[in-house]
Ligand binder design. Structure first.
Ligand SMILES: C[S@@+](CC[C@H](N)C(=O)[O-])C[C@H]1O[C@@H](n2cnc3c(N)ncnc32)[C@H](O)[C@@H]1O
Length: 244
């Protein structure tokens, strides 16, 4: 069983935490800019939170892929409740090939599931090969440039993150999230060095890979509540493109 099969509801509910909207979502859509008419693949789509937002932002078609059958079940349930025309598929992103090339691949928190550089390369290759020449890859990830060096406990954001003081390739990063209703749950992902990411993107054939600093929604500018999050970001964003 995939670890998300047992925490699917709790993970979905964590999307209501304020940092998801004013930082995670705001940063991602700032990178994506205008996606109207685009064919999009949402790798590791989870319960379809971003799949739906991508469609609502004007994408012509969006397909979400996830390895957790329970996350896909939640995504399909929401599609039945409120049809947007999103398609969901159960599968491993590392082996996924779309029927036709897409304009944009999005992956929020997929790459941090690679435990080795070979697994990371496979994820990057699948994302690269799914794109048309000139297509873009963008997403959000655990911030491997800022490992917590032990435990970083940020109750006010509903987030705790732990890893060894000096994490090595493949070490577990344990996330503990407390939802707004007080429900707490945990999941693991893996640490790989920033340069391992940079190499995997290059070896997969991407150009212009870069980490993207987080942005705070303008409505929150000047709100000191966000200072700690922005000063030591637990998550990061990235973008890259397939050569034309
Ligand atoms: C932190 S959740 C993010 C879900 C969604 N992208 C979001 O931001 O709400 C990570 C997701 O990655 C999925 N995942 C992990 N390894 C995967 C793989 N090899 N292929 C596809 N999905 C994977 C998990 O099942 C889980 O739904």
């Amino acid at each position: 069983m995939n670890q998300y099969d047992t925490i699917a509801d709790a993970y979905r509910d964590s999307k209501q935490l304020p940092f998801r909207e004013v930082i995670e979502r705001y940063t991602l859509f700032r990178i994506l800019r205008d996606i109207r008419g685009a064919k999009v693949l949402d790798m590791a789509c989870g319960d379809g939170f971003y799949t739906r937002l991508l469609k609502q932002a004007g994408a012509a078609q969006v397909t979400g892929v996830d390895i957790s059958i329970e996350m896909i079940r939640l995504a399909e349930q929401e599609e039945r409740r409120n049809p947007l025309g999103c398609t969901y598929l159960h599968g491993d992103a590392a082996a996924f090939e779309p029927a036709e090339p897409v304009d944009l691949v999005v992956a929020t928190y997929l790459l941090n599931y690679a435990r080795t550089r070979e697994q990371l390369l496979r994820f990057c290759q699948a994302c690269h090969d799914a794109l048309r020449p000139g297509g873009r890859f963008a997403g959000v990830n655990d911030n491997v440039r800022n490992p917590p060096a032990g435990t970083l406990s940020w109750k006010k954001y509903g987030l705790q993150k732990s890893c060894p003081p000096r994490p090595k390739e493949g070490d577990v990063i344990l996330y503990s999230i407390t939802n707004q209703d007080g429900q707490r749950f945990e999941f693991e992902n893996y640490y790989l060095e920033p340069r391992t990411y940079e190499r995997a993107f290059r070896d997969a054939g991407f150009q212009d890979f870069r980490w993207v600093e987080l942005s705070l929604h303008p409505s929150q500018h000047g709100n000191p509540f966000w200072d700690d999050f922005m000063a030591s970001p637990p998550i990061t964003a990235f973008t890259a493109s397939r050569p034309a």
